[in-house]
Ligand binder design. Structure first.
Ligand SMILES: NC(=O)c1ccc[n+]([C@@H]2O[C@H](COP(=O)([O-])OP(=O)(O)OC[C@H]3O[C@@H](n4cnc5c(N)ncnc54)[C@H](O)[C@@H]3O)[C@@H](O)[C@H]2O)c1
Length: 321
């Protein structure tokens, strides 16, 4: 679904074949395809840039885009490859009033918005616990669930974290995370919500549990169910989850950026601060593991770990016909 307020004017990829496939698919003429993204920034002077490389390349490209005068950034998750990179991005984005949203889509998905509205409206009583059942890796997938749980807990700052990396212990070599680890663990928010990450074959189900009810987002938000105690008291029974529109979260994310440019203000749903918190949670888990799974106070400001996969190769994209 295209955003009527945006126009795709140029693209860049270091691989010529991928760049050409991209250009042909999305109607970007040869003259506006760039191997060198810096040439794109200098020549095209885009207002909005989307950065969908792997996280190891992202910080440098974001900083160059900000330096080149870009007004808004749609960056893929995870934000970058270390806490220090996240802080450098935050400083640059703030100093230049650049709007930034990270592609953790549930934050812009109407079903999760309805879930948060129901929680905030007291449908399950005071929120106490969030549980994520998933089997994905820390950077690629858990970054989504850190953000979804941040969002459901009203973006209350995390105050502690503890974690372990089951079967992935060998991937942390001194300061380097050499490949995508599996992670289990928990973090707690300033508002007293505890968020548990349980490695499980359940496909990205997220449960919000309050004093007198629970809401479950099934399969990354494919559907939602609610159980709660009636106002009159008694046992928890099946409740009616509010209806919501099935519209594109990516479109809403982009509209949020466009709205920020229209108003000359910041985005309303995401923003740099939640993207930085997301990075702090990723590295909070890693630093807790490095400290033998002990409880770590957040944020992990002294974190020296960096994600760097030496043997990683970009996949060859496939296109739906
Ligand atoms: N939000 C979502 O649901 C979602 C879904 C899929 C992927 N992602 C994220 O998107 C990112 C990319 O994922 P992918 O599977 O497409 O990765 P990929 O490795 O297949 O693609 C990355 C592309 O970036 C290009 N690239 C690398 N350095 C570059 C540079 N300096 N200039 C220009 N191009 C450069 C590579 O050649 C490659 O084509 C990851 O961070 C991933 O987590 C998010």
């Amino acid at each position: 679904e295209a955003c009527p307020r945006t126009e795709l004017i140029a693209g860049s990829d270091v691989r010529q074949d991928v760049l050409d496939r991209f250009g042909e698919r999305y109607g970007v003429a040869q003259a506006h395809r760039y191997i060198d993204y810096r040439a794109l920034l200098a020549t095209e002077r885009p207002e909005i840039v989307s950065i969908a490389t792997q996280p190891e390349q992202r910080a440098e490209i974001i900083l160059d885009a900000v330096e080149a005068g870009v007004r808004a950034l749609y960056v893929e998750k995870p934000l970058c490859a270390s806490v220090n990179e996240a802080y450098r991005i935050r400083d640059a984005v703030r100093a230049n009033s650049v709007a930034l949203n990270m592609g953790t889509n549930r934050r812009w998905q109407p079903g999760f918005h309805a879930m948060r509205t129901a929680i905030d409206g007291g449908a399950i009583g005071t929120l106490r616990t969030l549980v994520v059942y998933a089997a994905g890796t820390l950077f690629n997938t858990t970054s989504h669930w850190f953000d979804a749980t941040q969002y459901l807990a009203s973006d209350a700052p995390p105050v502690w974290a503890h974690a372990w990396l089951p079967g992935s212990e060998h991937l942390v070599v001194d300061d380097t995370v050499t490949d995508e680890p599996n992670a289990s663990g928990a973090y707690g928010t300033q508002t007293g919500v505890t968020v548990h990450f349980l490695r499980s074959p359940r496909p990205n189900d997220i449960e919000a549990i309050g004093d007198h009810g629970a809401i479950t987002a099934w399969g990354a938000g494919t559907s939602f169910t609610m159980r709660a105690r009636p106002a009159s008291g008694g046992a928890w029974t099946e409740g009616e989850f509010p209806t919501y529109a099935h519209t594109s979260s990516t479109l809403h994310l982009i509209e949020d950026l466009v709205g920020a440019l229209d108003r000359g203000d910041d985005v309303t749903a995401g923003g740099i601060d939640v993207a930085v918190t997301n990075t702090e949670l990723i590295f909070g888990f890693i630093e807790s593991f490095r400290a033998n799974g002990s409880l770590l106070m957040m944020p992990p400001e002294g974190s020296t770990a960096r994600f760097h996969r030496s043997g990683f190769k970009a996949r060859t994209p496939t296109f739906a016909t």
